[in-house]
Design a protein around this ligand. Structure first.
Ligand SMILES: *[C@@H]1O[C@H](CO)[C@@H](O)[C@H](O)[C@H]1NC(C)=O
Ligand SMILES: *[C@@H]1O[C@H](CO)[C@@H](O)[C@H](O)[C@H]1NC(C)=O
Length: 163
C-alpha cells in the first residue's frame, strides 16, 4: 500500500529521529513545507550517503524575516600561514550556499567564511554597519557536516555552529 518513494521517506524520517544532529529542526520544517516530496527525498538521500557537501551556510535577514538572497560568500582555508580562497558563491533564493568544498579538500584546518553584506544592502538601497562579516572556525572532525549560518540585520549579527 506504500509506494517505494513513501517507504524511503518514512525510513528517512525514522533515520532522522535517531540522528537528530544530522539535520536542524528548522531545516526539517522548511523542507517539509516545500511542495516537492522528490526534493525532500533527494535531500534525505544525500544526507544518508557520504559527506558530499560537508559545509553549508545560510543567511537570514532578521529585519524582514526572509532569506538574504544574492549575498556573495567566499570560503577560504588557512594553509602555510596564509588564507587561500577555495570558492565564492551567491546565496540562492533560500539564502543558502552549499557545495563550497569537496570532502577530499575538507581536511582538519582553520576556515573562514566572508559574507559581503554591503553588496546585499546596496542592492536593497539600504545602509549597513557591517560592510562584510568574517566568520573563522576550526574544523577538527571533517567527516561531520557543518552548517555555519548568519542571522543578519544592519546593526547586529550572530552565527552558530549547526550540523
Ligand atoms: C504540489 O505538487 C503537486 C504535484 O506536482 C501539484 O499537483 C500541486 O498542485 C502542488 N501544490 C502546490 C501547493 O503547489
Ligand atoms: C579572497 O576572497 C576575499 C573575500 O571575498 C577577497 O576580498 C579577496 O580579494 C580574495 N583573494 C583573492 C586572492 O582572490
Amino acid at each position: 500500500m506504500f509506494s517505494p518513494a513513501w517507504s524511503l521517506v518514512c525510513f528517512a524520517l525514522f533515520f532522522l529521529m535517531d540522528h537528530p544532529s544530522q539535520l536542524e529542526s528548522t531545516e526539517i520544517t522548511e523542507r517539509t513545507e516545500r511542495n516537492s516530496s522528490q526534493e525532500f527525498t533527494s535531500s534525505v538521500s544525500s544526507i544518508m550517503s557520504a559527506n558530499e557537501n560537508p559545509l553549508t551556510s545560510h543567511v537570514l535577514d532578521t529585519a524582514i524575516g526572509r532569506p538574504a538572497v544574492g549575498v556573495p560568500v567566499t570560503l577560504s582555508k588557512y594553509e602555510n600561514d596564509q588564507w587561500r580562497n577555495i570558492s565564492k558563491q551567491l546565496t540562492n533564493s533560500d539564502g543558502r550556499v552549499g557545495n563550497m568544498i569537496s570532502s577530499e579538500e575538507f581536511s582538519s584546518s582553520r576556515y573562514k567564511l566572508t559574507f559581503e553584506t554591503l553588496s546585499y544592502y546596496d542592492s536593497r538601497g539600504e545602509k549597513t554597519f557591517y560592510p562584510y562579516i568574517e566568520v573563522i572556525f576550526e574544523i577538527e572532525t571533517p567527516e561531520e557536516h557543518f552548517h555555519v549560518p548568519i542571522l543578519l540585520s544592519a546593526y547586529r549579527f550572530s552565527t552558530y555552529r549547526g550540523s
